[in-house]
Design a protein around this ligand. Structure first.
Ligand code: SF4
Length: 429
């Protein structure tokens, strides 16, 4: 999400005549898009701004901060940064800059602009995409779920869906500019349309429209979406993904915990049984899809038995990837006031147990790929000299021998020759 936000901020800055420089030291205007998910990220913000404010003794420098901010952090940032704005306030950035002497034509009209303080302005900014073949398209902002460990509903506000016509226009433009992956973004991406029920497409309808568009274009590309919530994951989503080649066969499906009591304490608003039923439908309708998940270990009061249920869930669902996090309380989240009573050592142990468990399934899946010829999006030069790397349609990392940099950004056929726990190796066909 931050990467996507930064593309729109960069576009507005370009519009007021700013140019990108290669290092912090060279910049006259410098900023951060913050993240409130972990305290560590916020700590980094404080250390960066302390450094930049010292630089102000030697040069003229304007600083800004935006992104995911808790109201309490925002109060403190106002004293440290020159400019503080939320994404819905992006329209006001040119005016704010002009107050610091960055004179620009946009500042002349940005104040009375209708879009002030409006997420619609943000969505309408034509982003300066960081990549020529991978793009992120925000379709929804905010969250109504209030998981007890998460501060997002307080930093991003309630769920708002972007008008589908704009989304489809942005996606169509990307397709015709030969983008190879398009990722639909939202804090609750599959809750799309629920805030405008009856007046807007639903998430499955939006996917169907994109699928039809892809088919009509005759181009080869993959569309993904992240992050969905299990409560709003309906089976027709899988039917539609199965129907169109351009809808990526990789599903991110966060479980967070495999224990009913912990799920309730997390206020996840779905049961393990509901998750299981959806998973059965997913495997039945999309047998070739890879499934990724998110898991938190060591949440407040998580017992050994409850953790063991998460390990069992991992064995049952056999994920291709799991982003495992050791729980840490986040100011602003409901769980912040609860005792963080699972010791760090124990969290580390649970993390290690799950990582090991995960490898049992990823290694088997990857070994079964050996001998197959698959489509691969070439993304970059590999760390190993003479190799390029990319990912499969299921987002499994793969490398193959080639010095031909012109393949970067293309989808090619690769025959898988070797497998490891989390990656593959192959030969260009
Ligand atoms: S669904 Fe839960 S974890 Fe996801 S953004 Fe909303 S509150 Fe946070």
């Amino acid at each position: 999400m931050n990467l996507s936000d930064s593309e729109r901020v960069a576009s507005v800055l370009n519009g007021v005549g700013c140019q990108k420089v290669d290092s912090e030291e060279e910049a006259d205007l410098i900023g951060i898009l913050s993240c409130s998910v972990r305290q560590k990220a916020i700590d980094k913000v404080y250390s960066k701004i302390a450094k930049w404010n010292k630089w102000k003794n030697k040069k003229s420098l304007v600083t800004f901060i935006s992104g995911c901010m808790l109201p309490s952090d925002k109060e403190r940032f106002l004293k440290l940064f020159d400019i503080v704005f939320t994404m819905p306030e992006l329209a006001q950035l040119p005016r704010m800059l002009s107050e610091y002497g960055v004179v620009n034509p946009m500042s002349l009209y940005s104040e009375p602009h209708n879009y002030n303080n409006d997420i619609n302005f943000f969505w309408n900014v034509k982003p300066k995409y960081n990549s020529k073949f991978e793009a992120f398209v925000p379709i929804q902002n905010g969250c109504n779920k209030f998981c007890t460990y998460c501060a997002v509903p307080y930093t991003r506000g309630r769920e708002i869906s972007r008008p589908s016509q704009e989304i489809l226009e942005e996606v169509e433009n990307l397709i015709y500019n030969d983008y190879k992956t398009i990722t639909l973004l939202g804090q609750n991406v599959n809750s799309y349309g629920l805030d405008k029920k009856g007046n807007e497409l639903s998430f499955p309808q939006l996917l169907e429209k994109i699928g039809e568009m892809g088919e009509k274009s005759g181009k080869e590309f993959w569309v993904y979406f992240t992050s969905p919530h299990p409560r709003d994951m309906t089976n027709d989503i899988f039917d539609i993904i199965a129907k169109y080649d351009c809808l990526g066969k990789q599903i991110h499906f966060p479980i967070q915990s495999g224990d009913e009591t912990v799920l309730k304490k997390m206020n996840r608003k779905h049961s393990l049984e509901k998750y299981r039923q959806t998973m059965v439908a997913l495997r039945e309708k999309l047998p070739q899809a890879t499934v990724f998940t998110d898991i938190i270990v060591g949440f407040t009061d998580e017992t050994e038995e409850q953790f063991e249920n998460t390990r069992k869930a991992m064995a049952e669902f056999k994920y291709n990837m799991a982003y495992i996090a050791m729980y840490s309380p986040r100011p602003g989240a409901a769980s912040f006031k609860w005792e963080d009573n699972v010791k760090l050592e124990e969290k580390k142990r649970r993390y290690a147990v799950l990582s090991e468990e995960l490898q049992k399934y990823t290694s088997v899946y990857n070994a079964n790929m050996v001998g197959k010829t698959i489509k691969v999006l070439v993304r970059e030069k590999d760390r190993k000299a003479g190799f390029l790397s990319g990912h499969t349609g299921g987002k499994i990392v793969i490398r193959f021998q080639s010095d031909d940099d012109s393949l970067i950004g293309k989808i090619v056929d690769v025959k898988v020759t070797q497998s490891a726990n989390f990656s593959l190796q192959g030969e260009l066909v």
